[in-house]
Write a protein that binds this ligand. Structure first.
Ligand code: NAD
Ligand code: IPM
Ligand code: MN
Length: 356
């Protein structure tokens, strides 16, 4: 059993460290943990944001725990050398096309949501985001036109097979929840979205028990803050899913709370191979100050234990400890409190011990 740990940049280092304390506490027999470099850190030390050795480490593992990548000092590098290419490169190279981003209310946190407490309390949504296609991975470029203006372009496309496989993931996920799936697109304007919608309808014939509906992304963004409880499972493309998941985090209370799993088809001896990371980034504004909330990464570790290592009880123990620590009132600055990253780590470790 091997986990690759890729902390990356900024608060990625800090939040990963706290999550690893929980992993150590679990004392999983035969577990090997190996660290690798990604992002700006890897670029500085090895000349590339996703060095071959890191990719090799990822491939030889059963699961990856990823922190975050990104550094303002790298924002003007050639695109293929930017830190963000590490996460995009891993998702593409490892075929991790299905991104699960759950957003669930925590008891006691209703008042930290941007929404009214009685609305916030009801949130329990799973965003299933396609991760290997869309405008992220299409042809892109810049040029100077004949009229002298600069122009940039990014090609948005989806192949039928790409939509079909994420549709199956989403319908199956909905079956483990309330059997309701909302497909979010922009079919009134985009051909990619019309294909997306057509394929969703075709695949739905195989899941008669799941109720499928469709919503335009602009309306979905509005409905998510108006009545989030109306959503059960959402399936959407790479770009819309990126945006809606950050928005969903503020319905729960903070971006520092939302975990994610990126899964593909490869099975390991213990479950499905995957990469697990908080949905937030490297947060340069608070990096190195012991201010980041490590809970999203802890909850990502819980997803890793569940999906890749088949350790459901350990996953639930972490989820319970995080929820109870929040209910106890231990909160970082992102939630209006004053607990530091390490203090939140201490509190969750103590809670884990008490509920063993
Ligand atoms: P961000 O998520 O890093 O930060 C947005 C805001 O949320 C900031 O004010 C930050 O302080 C706050 N925040 C984020 N995580 C927090 C946490 N755990 N606890 C408390 N506060 C938290 O987004 P950004 O500022 O747009 O991007 C910063 C860098 O991160 C960029 O280089 C971007 O490309 C990168 N990024 C990487 C990933 C990833 O690695 N998967 C995800 C998103 C952004
Ligand atoms: C995320 C991030 C990434 C994305 C960036 C850093 C490439 O925003 O994981 O949500 O857009 O997928
Ligand atoms: Mn994002």
């Amino acid at each position: 059993m091997k986990i690759a740990v890729l902390p990356g940049d900024g608060i990625g280092q800090e939040v990963t460290r706290e999550a690893l304390r929980l992993l150590e506490l679990l004392e999983l027999p035969g577990l090997e943990v190996e660290h690798g470099e990604v992002g700006a850190t890897a670029y500085r030390n090895q000349g590339h944001p996703l060095p071959e050795a890191t990719l090799e480490l990822a491939r030889s593992s059963d699961a990856i725990l990823f922190g975050a990548v990104g550094d303002p000092s790298c924002d003007n590098l050639e695109r293929h050398l930017r830190p963000e290419q590490a996460i995009l490169g891993l998702r593409a190279a490892l075929g991790l096309f299905a991104n699960l981003r759950p957003a669930t209310a925590f008891p006691g946190l209703e008042h930290m949501s941007g929404l009214k407490p009685e609305i916030a309390r009801e949130i329990d949504v799973l965003i299933v985001r396609e991760l290997n296609g869309d405008v992220y991975f299409g042809d892109k470029g810049t040029r100077v036109r004949e009229d002298g203006q600069r122009e940039g372009w990014d090609m948005m496309s989806y192949a039928e097979s790409e939509v079909r496989r994420i549709a199956h993931t989403a319908f199956r996920a909905a079956q483990t929840r309330k059997n309701r799936l909302t497909s979010v697109d922009k079919a009134n304007v985009l051909e990619t979205s019309q294909l997306w919608r057509d394929v969703m309808i075709e695949v739905s014939a195989e899941y008669p028990d799941v109720e499928l509906d469709h919503m335009y992304v602009d309306n979905a963004a509005m409905q998510l803050v108006k009545a989030p409880a109306n959503f059960d499972t959402i399936v959407t493309g790479n770009l819309f899913g990126d945006i809606l998941s950050d928005q969903a985090s503020m319905c729960v209370g903070s971006i520092g709370l939302l975990p994610s799993a990126a899964l593909g088809e490869r099975q390991t001896d213990y479950g499905t191979f995957g990469l697990y990371e908080p949905i937030h980034g490297s947060a340069p504004d608070i990096a190195g100050k012991n201010l980041a909330n490590p809970m999203a990464t802890m909850l990502s570790l819980a997803m890793l234990l569940r999906h890749s290592l088949g350790r459901e009880a350990d996953a639930e123990r972490i989820e319970r400890a995080v929820a109870e620590v929040l209910a106890d009132g231990v909160r970082g600055g992102d939630l209006g409190g004053s607990a530091t990253t390490t203090e939140i780590g201490d509190a969750v470790v103590t809670k884990m011990v008490s509920i063993s």
